[in-house]
Each structure stands twice: as structure tokens, then as C-alpha cells.
Design a binder for this molecule. Structure first.
Ligand code: SF4
Length: 402
């Protein structure tokens, strides 16, 4: 695992090199309407604010680039950029291009960086996708959610099943070779047959990546109220487990690897950006309400777009909360985030990163779950066993500091 940086005589481990990078996340908080289950920091009815927001984001990128410079004054390296939301595809190609140019000026963005844009299938045109590809976006992540028209309405989504297929065809014609589709299970009224049909139709599109999430009913959403009023009933735990297993089996047969609990990819198409989070590596989130983990601290931005714009007009980084991550916390988080992935935790890398063997950090806290067969060791890797994947929380809780 130890490699040496080219062009330098100073030996450097791979993990040290990665710890000196920062993944970039840009939050675009606009949506046409609010989906009934959504609790993201996103707003309907503020589309006229797009240009002032983009200008504020350009300022934040510049300031964040300054803040993140290396000790020798050179810009921080970035391997990935992710436009998330919200619905980033509601920005024009020209606005996305300006944001990308700003990232490239403020950070040392790799030539072959993975640059993802989240898109809503109902908002995409062929021309726009061609423009996005030319601007440098090389990965699309689409919130498809279901191939059932009735379930899409239940969720409050604005697109139709036909628009999912059309959007993928447009994206292929525009030259996209890396596409993720998000789907949800455990939805009110969703049967196993709905789920089978959705996956079958999605597989016909041959996306390179799938993210499959079970519905979480978040407080403050219309869904939460409707569940309380017993107007809707989400899928129960058993049905969700069956849907998950069905998907896993079928996607594996189709050549996808389940590289993280909720994510499947064809070889070579794992999301580099999301792996940054699971490897607990630094990232800088920009935009209203965005979160960062950088320089040993976790911090978050002002959530409200108007207030966010105001602070950037005054050229102030809009950070509202910040906490220093203790060494103990960093070791725990690095361990359980890695255990979410199929590869697991690489124990020699853990030791290089924290100058402490994992066994010393964990003591006998994992003894019971090891004896219960929830963990397995292989060539320096520690990972959840098949049984452990169903009972992951039992392991994760034992890693947290007291
Ligand atoms: S499109 Fe996505 S971000 Fe926007 S409201 Fe729906 S779920 Fe939330």
C-alpha cells in the first residue's frame, strides 16, 4: 500500500498523499417542487435567485481555495468535484462552466478528475447534456427513484418513467459513459413486483452504477405527517430486506459489484467522490448548508440561501458551526465508514494514518461481535461478514468512543 510520490525524494505513503487532497462538493439548492419525502436543504420557488447564488458560490470557491492552500502556498489538489442538490441540472451550462472554471483556478484539479452532476430526469434536454459534457462533466447521477408512474406521483416526483429512459438515451448520445441511477425501495404501496419491474427496466439501460436506498421517513416532511395520520404506510422491515436481497442478487448476476451497502458498480465505475466519504478523507462542501471535513475539523455553512448570498457579498466564508474532530473520533469514524464498504478496513493503512495499530485502538471491544461471526479478516483487511452486513450497527456502535 505504501507508494512514493513521483518527482520527490521524500517518501510518502498513499494515505498521506490522499490526506493532502480535498474532494469538492457544490450544493445547488433549487428544485421545481419539493418531493414529499425530502429533507435536504433545498427550496422550490426561488429560481430567480440562481444567478446571485452562482455568484456567491464563485466567491466561496475562491475563498475556500485560499483557505485550503498547502503550507508552501500551492493550491490544494482535488481528485473529484460533485454538483449535488437540490437539482443542479436547473443551472444553465454557462453557470456550471463558470463554477468549474472557478474550481480549477482555486484548486489543483486533476486532469482526469471525476466530475459528477446530479440531475432530475424531468429537467434534461439533449442540448443541455451535450453542453454539460463539453463543460467537463463526466459523470451523471440521476434521481430516477422508480419505474412506476403511480409511485413517482406518491413521492411527489415531477418526472415520468418514460423520461428516465429518454434522459439516459440523451446522455449516451451526448457522450456520457458513466451514469448512476438512484432508486428507492420500501415505498408506500410498493410491492415486490413493482421492485422487480423497476430493476428489470433499469438494467435494460445498462447504467454503470446503481444507488438503492430504502425510504427513510424524516421528521418535518409531508411523508412524516402522513405516516403519523396513517394515510400512508411505508414497506415493513422484512419487505425491505427482501427487496435489498433481490436487488443484490440480480445486480451481481448482471456484473455489478456491491462495493458499499447501498451502491453497486460495474468494474471501474465506483464513485471516487463517495469513496472519499467512506475513506474518511478530507472534503470541502460549498454552497448553502454544505458540510466539510477538512484540517481535522467538521464545519457547516449557513443553510438559508439569501443569508448565504449576503455573507458571500461581504467576502466572508459562511461557516456557522465547526467542531474539532478528536483523534479517538477520527479513528472510530475511519473504521466504521470503511466497514460500510465491501473491501472493508485496511489495517496497515489505519496504522500508517494514526500511528497506532487498529488492535490497540479497538482493544477487546469487538471480541463479542467477532465471536458471533459478524467480522472476517483477510490479508490485512477487516470487513463485515455476510451476517455482519445485516447487523452492521452492532459492530459500528462498539467502535464509537465512550
Ligand atoms: S428533486 Fe431531490 S432534492 Fe429536490 S425535492 Fe426532490 S428529492 Fe429533494
Amino acid at each position: 500500500m505504501t507508494t512514493f510520490a513521483t518527482g520527490t525524494t521524500k517518501p510518502e505513503t498513499e494515505i498521506q498523499r490522499l490526506l493532502e487532497t480535498a474532494a469538492l462538493y457544490l450544493h445547488i439548492p433549487f428544485c421545481h417542487t419539493r418531493c414529499y419525502y425530502c429533507d435536504f436543504n433545498t427550496y422550490a420557488g426561488i429560481l430567480p435567485m440562481r444567478e446571485p447564488y452562482v455568484r456567491a458560490l464563485l466567491t466561496e470557491i475562491e475563498l475556500a481555495g485560499e483557505m485550503a492552500r498547502l503550507p508552501d502556498g500551492s493550491p490544494r489538489r482535488s481528485r473529484t468535484i460533485f454538483f449535488g442538490g437540490g437539482t443542479p441540472s436547473l443551472l444553465s451550462v454557462e453557470q456550471i462552466s463558470r463554477l468549474l472554471d472557478a474550481c480549477r483556478s482555486a484548486f489543483a484539479v486533476d486532469e482526469d478528475a471525476e466530475i459528477t452532476l446530479e440531475a432530475n430526469p424531468g429537467t434534461l434536454t439533449q442540448e443541455q447534456l451535450e453542453g454539460l459534457r463539453r463543460a467537463g462533466i463526466n459523470r451523471l447521477s440521476m434521481g430516477a427513484q422508480s419505474y412506476d408512474a403511480h409511485l413517482l406521483k406518491t413521492l411527489g416526483r415531477i418526472h415520468t418513467p418514460e423520461e428516465i429512459t429518454q434522459a439516459v438515451h440523451y446522455a449516451r448520445a451526448a457522450g456520457f459513459t458513466s451514469i448512476n441511477l438512484d432508486f428507492m425501495f420500501g415505498l408506500p404501496g410498493q410491492t415486490m413486483q413493482h421492485w422487480r419491474d423497476t430493476l428489470e427496466q433499469a438494467l435494460e439501460l445498462h447504467p454503470e452504477h446503481f444507488s438503492l436506498y430504502s425510504l427513510i421517513v424524516e421528521e418535518g416532511t409531508p411523508f412524516y405527517k402522513w405516516v403519523e395520520e396513517k394515510r400512508i404506510v411505508p414497506g415493513d422491515e422484512d419487505l425491505c430486506a427482501d427487496m435489498y436481497e433481490y436487488a443484490d442478487e440480480h445486480l451481481r448476476v448482471a456484473g455489478y459489484q456491491n462495493y458499499e451497502i447501498s451502491n453497486w458498480a460495474l468494474p471501474g465505475h465506483q464513485s471516487k467522490h463517495n469513496l472519499t466519504y467512506w475513506q474518511n478523507l478530507p472534503y470541502i462542501g460549498m454552497g448553502a448548508g454544505a458540510y466539510s471535513f477538512f484540517d481535522g475539523k467538521r464545519f457547516s455553512n449557513e443553510r438559508e440561501p439569501r443569508e448565504y448570498i449576503k455573507q458571500l457579498k461581504a467576502r466572508t466564508l459562511p461557516i456557522v458551526e465547526s467542531e474539532t474532530v478528536s483523534l479517538e473520533q477520527a479513528m472510530a469514524e475511519t473504521s466504521f465508514l470503511a466497514l460500510r464498504t465491501a473491501q472493508g478496513l485496511h489495517l496497515p493503512t489505519f496504522e500508517q494514518r494514526f500511528s497506532l495499530p487498529f488492535a490497540r485502538f479497538v482493544g477487546d471491544r469487538l471480541q463479542l461481535v467477532e465471536e458471533a461471526g459478524l467480522l472476517e479478516h483477510e490479508n490485512g483487511w477487516l470487513r463485515l461478514s455476510k451476517k455482519g452486513r445485516l447487523l452492521g450497527n452492532e459492530v459500528f456502535l462498539r467502535l464509537l468512543p465512550d
